[in-house]
Design a binder for this molecule. Structure first.
Ligand code: ADP
Length: 733
């Protein structure tokens, strides 16, 4: 199984240019975040992990079949949705027709009911009329006979017997509330009935009598043996006809109107409100003589498309399902795109990871190794399986440095390690040690939480080799320079040795002469003269030996050893050689050593060589100035605390001359190797001096002497400081 981890690569930028060029900061940070957020992959140790096998399981290779099911479902849903729209439309039409038919049926039923009521009244009235005409019923008895009729038929307001000359002979409301006051329509009906001998209705009309405004009157002609005996007139209130004869439930759902021949509305009943005009029906009231139409107008509205909540809910859910399918579709497409990009990233980063030469090692907060890259495994010669999940001590820790590892490990866990990195040694599985440079940095996950530590490890064996090579070359160079200086000095020394040797020779010759004279004369030897000659020869021999020793020490290859050296002793060590140089050019020497100066911590020979180089340069710089100005001063003083780096106590040694001085352009290149203004100069002296001084933690500078000439000065740490480094360095300058 291939495991890919995307570490937070900020820290590696310090050490890996490769990261810089191939994995920019933003790319490295954003991509895992996107993948994590969009794909929801697990994040362990702050590093999103994706197993390639998991990608395969997602079916990325065969995306086709996955669409089949949702596609079918979507089609099914659309079909159901369409049917859900079509069915209610049909149902709506059906319901509409049903309502219309129902209205017609109800209207007919009401019309029949009205007609039936009128027919019963007609029968009763005709019966009464016949009795009145025959005289079986007298006017006074009429009221009693009419009472039950009027009681049961409220719409029947009055029944009156009108004589052939128009006077009221009897009436149901006696005493008669008023004259019949027949409207023209009623008079026409009366006339028609009289002429035809058939009872007839009048067209409803307003009347001033009775309280009702519009009356429908029924005229029953009374004939007795062919003789017209007047008529029986029944007055119906049109309002009450609708009120009494139309059932309440029907009136509640419909607006009912009675209209005349020219469609003028005579009466209206709208108990449930005005009709909507959607379901209407008109049917003529078949009343002889009257042209009346019963119209019904339903107050119901057209049936709704989705009449019930269930259908509505189903449609809503179907729409929601469709929307979620679309969303799912888009989401899957997005995921596919992201997964494609992720796979590319995985292969790219795996390739990059495998090509890295920097070892990468991740540890969790307990210090357990959670990740190592191939470069690291190769570096330490151990398989990843043997390292993953391990707690210290690690197999690549060298036993002799165990304490150092443990201390640094606890520093890492405590977070006190410096991000600048540190050097240490690791051991390969073969036991071979190699130097490494380690950068430790916190491992932070996408939510900003630290989940461990990430270390990048560089094998610096090559670098160390190069450094060692450089050091050796430097050493050789310095040796050559020293030998060159030695050549010069040797000639000086040879010249100077001539003097003591010549002196020794002459002193010993004098001593021999004294002995020979004594032997020849037989006188005792002049012991005093002999002793003086021998003493002088001895002191000259000692001086020669001193010169020889200095030169020997100067050229000797040796390891540097720092020790506490009193400044005076340092100067004393080279004074005879300096004197040799100075005498050659007639240069006067001054030594100014501050009292109670602490000893310096230095490699004595190195610093003596520095002094010799500087004094030699100073003497040479003065060879062309007036003899009176040829003064070389060597001074030593304590440098004020705080002026030196770190505020440690140091000693400042200055070599001051009054020579030709140093021009600005020359001053810039002074310390460059092989820079010399002298015909026979090697140009290595100052370079070596500076190396030697900086090796001691000091600094070598120069400045103009206010009185003319140059001051070279260098600082050295005092011996009170603890010895920090005893590494071997170039043996001498
Ligand atoms: P070299 O003495 O072989 O030339 P150095 O490195 O010792 O090499 O000196 C480099 C150059 O610095 C000298 O050639 C000289 O020009 C200049 N220099 C060094 N010391 C002094 C001094 N005290 N006064 C003037 N010039 C100096």
């Amino acid at each position: 199984m291939v495991l890919f981890e995307v570490p937070d690569c900020r820290q590696f930028l310090q050490t890996q240019q490769l990261w810089k060029t191939t994995c920019g900061k933003s790319a490295c940070r954003s991509t895992p975040t996107i993948f994590q957020e969009q794909l929801g992959y697990t994040s362990a140790m702050g590093m999103p992990r994706l197993r390639l096998s998991a990608i395969a399981r997602l079916g990325l290779a065969r995306p086709g079949w996955r669409w089949l099911l949702p596609l079918l479902t979507a089609l099914l849903v659309i079909a159901v949705l369409l049917s859900l729209v079509w069915l209610p439309l049909k149902a709506q039409r059906l319901e509409s027709t049903e309502r219309q038919e129902q209205l017609i049926a109800d209207t007919l039923w009401v019309e029949q009911a009205i007609r039936f009521q009128f027919a019963r009244d007609e029968d009763a009235l005709r019966q009464l009329g016949a009795e009145l005409a025959s005289g079986r019923l007298t006017a006074p008895d009429l009221q009693a006979r009419l009472a039950p009729l009027l009681r049961t038929n409220h719409e029947l307001r009055r029944v009156a017997w009108i004589g052939d000359n128009g006077q009221i002979l009897a009436a149901s409301d006696e005493p008669v509330s008023g004259p019949p006051g027949l409207a023209s329509e009623s008079a026409a009906a009366a006339d028609r009935a009289r002429r035809t001998g058939i009872a007839s209705y009048s067209q409803p009309a307003a009347t001033g009598g009775l309280q009702t405004s519009t009356l429908l009157e029924y005229h029953v002609p009374l004939f007795d043996s062919g003789r017209y005996r007047g008529s029986l007139v029944a007055s119906y209130s049109t309002a009450l006809i609708l009120e009494e004869m139309v059932p309440w439930w029907f009136a509640q759902d419909n607006e009912i109107t009675l209209s005349g021949g020219d469609d003028n509305v005579i009466e209206r009943r709208a108990a449930g409100g005005a009709g909507r005009g959607i379901y209407t029906h008109a049917h003529a009231l078949d009343l002889p003589g009257a042209n009346l139409t019963l119209r019904t107008n339903s107050i119901k509205v057209a049936p709704k498309l989705f009449p019930n909540l269930l259908v509505g809910a189903v449609v809503a859910l179907a729409l929601a399902l469709l929307a979620s399918l679309v969303a799912l579709w888009r989401d899957i497409n997005r995921r596919l795109a992201v997964e494609g990009a992720l796979r590319q990233q995985v292969s790219f980063r795996t390739a990059m990871e495998n090509s890295l030469v920097t070892g990468l090692r991740a540890r969790d907060l307990d210090g357990r190794v959670t990740y190592v890259n191939p470069a690291f495994c190769q570096m330490v010669g151990t398989q990843a399986d043997e390292l993953l999940g391990r707690l210290p001590p690690m197999p690549y820790w060298a036993p002799e440095a165990m304490a150092e590892y443990q201390q640094r490990f606890s520093e890492v866990l405590a977070g006190t390690i410096t991000p600048q990195g540190f050097e240490t040694i690791f051991q390969r599985a073969s036991g071979k040690r190699f130097p490494v440079l380690i950068f430790e940095s916190p491992l932070v996950d996408a939510s900003g939480r630290q989940t461990g530590w990430m270390g990048s490890i560089l094998d610096i064996s090559d670098r160390k080799r190069v450094e060692e090579l450089n050091r050796q070359q430097q050493e050789k160079l310095q040796t050559s320079a020293r030998l060159a200086s030695m050549g010069e000095i040797a000639s000086t020394v040879a010249h100077e040795l001539n003097q003591p040797l010549a002196a020794i020779s002459s002193y010993t010759t004098g001593a021999l002469n004294i002995l020979h004279a004594s032997i020849a004369s037989g006188n005792p030897v002049n012991a005093a003269a002999l002793e003086m000659a021998l003493q002088k020869a001895s002191s000259q021999a000692q001086r020669a030996g001193q010169i020889i020793r200095s030169v020997h020490a100067f050229v000797k290859q040796r390891e540097t050893v720092r020790e506490a050296v009193p400044v005076q002793a340092l100067i004393d060590g080279v004074v005879s050689l300096i004197e040799l140089q100075a005498q050659k050019f007639f240069v006067g020497l001054q030594f100014v050593v501050a009292p109670q100066l602490p000893p310096i911590l230095a490699d004595r020979v190195l610093i003596e060589q520095v002094l010799l180089n500087l004094t030699r340069n100073a003497i040479e710089a003065m060879q062309d100035v007036a003899p009176v100005r040829r003064i070389l001063r060597i001074s030593a003083m304590r440098e004020p605390v705080g002026a030196a780096e770190g505020g440690h106590a140091t000693v400042l040694i200055a070599v001051t001359d009054q020579g030709h001085g140093i021009a600005a352009d020359i001053g810039e290149r002074l310390f460059s190797p092989f820079f010399s203004t002298k015909a026979e100069g090697m140009g290595m002296g100052l370079n070596i001096c500076r190396t030697a001084i900086e090796f001691h933690g000091g600094r070598l500078t120069h400045r103009d002497n206010p009185g003319g000439g140059t001051i070279f000065e260098f600082t050295l740490p005092t011996a009170v400081l603890p010895a920090t480094d005893r590494n071997s360095l170039p043996a001498s300058a």
